[in-house]
Design a protein around this ligand. Structure first.
Ligand code: ZN
Length: 350
């Protein structure tokens, strides 16, 4: 969420005001190191279970799906993250880095490459890419803003080019499971809506033998999911914050008044990754310019807080629904129903 309205960070934890170029250079080195590691020890098809997630901005992956990514990475599934923009238009929550903002030096994008790399390290995810390469498409900002009119923004992207770029990744990685946002783009940010459109079109195109044969061998994704947050989970968060004396959770009393959230009965899948909550929180901390980890929501160390962050929800849009193992008959595994065993978990790639 580029436009997170979370409170400012704890003044006890601040980044040095790094020069953006140094940050970019460090990030590039980190990305290369990770790429080499992937080349060296991971041939996609050696890993039985492969999950690919398409997100709009650095930090979306962690907020919405970080625990799930950490869980599958820990279980030696191959987890691939594709991020569509660098999040250049995000609000900078760290005062020392305020100069990076789009309306000042406009250096936030390169800084966020480094934040994302650090977050992936925390989640132990080794395959993280930017759609079309870093900076190919710019954060579109909210509808009606000048950022949204820029020809280089993701909202204005040539869809054919974006789809083709994602098809090449899908055909290379061959994921059985793909995760992105629903058609509303979760909470309606244009980049999230666009990520949805591009992903759906690319999943279809990747399976079409007539589509761009030079972009790799045809691949059919088995299951397609949207990220989701059940309204009951949002309500529990609102109630817990109220009980702790904090009243401003997006300024509402009821989850029904929020512009996002899913009816509980449309949520098909519940991934309990509570064991990986620590990794998710570490990844959230890595996105320092965007997320105030010491805000009141994190201060909720009770079960509601744990549940809100360690259990992540999805809506199955396509593919077989696995057996119900969680509340409301929800499946508890993104790969459920595919007949893939967890063989290989202790193999050389894991
Ligand atoms: Zn976002």
């Amino acid at each position: 969420m580029t436009d997170a309205t979370l409170p400012p960070p704890d003044p006890g934890e601040r980044l040095p005001a790094d020069d953006a170029e140094a940050v970019l250079a460090a990030a590039a080195t980190a990305v290369e190191a990770v790429a080499e590691e992937v080349d060296a020890d991971m041939d996609a098809l050696d890993v039985p279970r492969r999950l690919l997630l398409v997100h709009a901005h650095p930090d979306d992956e962690t907020i919405g799906t970080g625990a799930t990514m950490a869980k599958y990475a820990a279980e030696h599934a191959r987890v691939t993250l594709v991020t569509c923009t660098l999040g250049e238009e995000g609000e900078v929550l760290v005062p020392e880095l305020a100069h990076l903002a789009a309306d000042q030096e406009d250096g936030l994008g390169s800084h966020r490459i480094g934040e994302l790399a650090a977050a992936m390290e925390a989640l132990r995810v080794t395959d993280s890419r930017f759609l079309g390469g870093p900076g190919r498409w710019r954060d579109s900002g909210m509808m009606g803003t000048p950022a949204n009119e820029r020809p280089d923004c993701f909202w204005q992207a040539d869809l054919d080019e974006a789809v083709r770029a994602l098809v090449a990744v899908l055909r290379e990685v061959r994921p059985q499971v793909v995760v992105t946002y629903d058609s509303r783009g979760g909470y309606g940010h244009p980049d999230h809506v666009q990520a949805h459109r591009v992903t759906v079109a690319a999943v279809d195109a990747a399976a079409d033998p007539a589509y761009a044969p030079e972009a790799g061998e045809v691949w059919s994704v088995d299951k397609l999911y949207w990220t989701a947050v059940p309204r009951s989970v949002l309500q529990a968060g609102i109630d817990a914050l109220k009980a702790s004396g904090e009243t401003n959770f997006f300024g509402v009393d009821s989850a029904d008044d929020l512009p996002f959230g899913n009816d509980d009965d449309e949520v098909t899948t519940e991934i309990d990754a509570s064991e990986h909550l620590e990794a998710k929180v570490a990844a959230m901390r890595a996105h320092r310019t965007q997320i105030a980890v010491d805000g009141p929501f994190f201060a909720l160390s009770n079960n509601v807080g744990q549940r809100a962050f360690g259990v992540e929800h999805f809506v199955l849009a396509r593919g077989p629904r696995g057996a119900g193992v969680a509340a409301l008959g929800r499946e508890g595994d993104l790969f459920a129903g595919l007949g893939l065993d967890r063989e290989g978990l202790d193999g050389p790639n894991g």
